[in-house]
Design a protein around this ligand. Structure first.
Ligand SMILES: C[S@@+](CC[C@H](N)C(=O)[O-])C[C@H]1O[C@@H](n2cnc3c(N)ncnc32)[C@H](O)[C@@H]1O
Length: 198
């Protein structure tokens, strides 16, 4: 086994490890993934040549889905600060034969050299908004990636990223909250998904 295959094998094992497996196999996790995937496909039209960007790869499951969703029409770019995460994600997509692999940019969302005004949709999903920190600066950077009048989609846990903070941010900007939905089927893991127009 070469070094990257060994790392990939460890990545697969980690997903099923007792620690990660508790969450990954839970109805709460499956519910958030299902709702989030369903939300994007119902809330956004796929257009010819569309450019989508996800910020924060993590396990890369969301990026995999986005690539399939826009396959044949558009391209995905994934921005991720962690070099190891970027390498294993790009290698895994190649090894698994993903038909529309993401272009990985291994940089912080705060990097001054990110492409500006380039994307039709930017997504910020799960714990990304919390992990990245510097909430307003993070949203400013996400919006600067977008073309004018295009969309940021955020999905986050209500307990760790209260929706009021998003509302307060929007009040201070010219952006428009077009849609937001609260999901509390599992009250111990309530989350929201919203669509904000630049
Ligand atoms: C836990 S993941 C969640 C993302 C994924 N969408 C999900 O739902 O599984 C958050 C990712 O954000 C990345 N991250 C943290 N700070 C960042 C930054 N400043 N710029 C870009 N990515 C960052 C972390 O390395 C991590 O891979």
């Amino acid at each position: 086994m070469n070094n990257m295959d060994e790392k990939l094998f460890q990545y697969y094992l980690e997903l099923k490890s007792p620690e990660a497996g508790v969450w990954n196999t839970s109805p709460q996790c499956i519910h958030t993934e299902m709702k989030t995937r369903d939300y994007i496909r119902k809330s956004f039209a796929i257009t010819e040549g569309m450019q989508v960007c996800n910020v924060g790869i993590g396990t890369g499951d969301w990026d995999d889905y986005l690539g399939y969703w826009i396959k044949d029409k558009g391209n995905l770019t994934s921005i991720e600060i962690d070099k190891e995460t970027c390498e294993i994600f790009a290698y895994r997509q190649a090894r698994e034969g993903h038909p529309n692999p993401s272009k990985v940019i291994c940089k912080s969302i705060f990097d001054p050299d990110l492409p500006e005004g380039n994307f039709d949709i930017v997504t910020l999903i799960g714990s990304a908004i919390n992990e990245i920190g510097e909430f307003e600066k993070c949203l400013d950077s996400c919006f600067s990636l977008l073309k004018q009048s295009r969309y940021l989609m955020i999905m986050a846990n209500l307990k760790y990223s209260p929706f009021e903070v998003i509302e307060e941010y929007i009040r201070k900007t010219d952006h428009l909250l077009e849609k937001h939905d609260i999901y509390d089927d599992f009250p111990e893991y309530p989350f929201y998904i919203c669509k904000i127009k630049k």
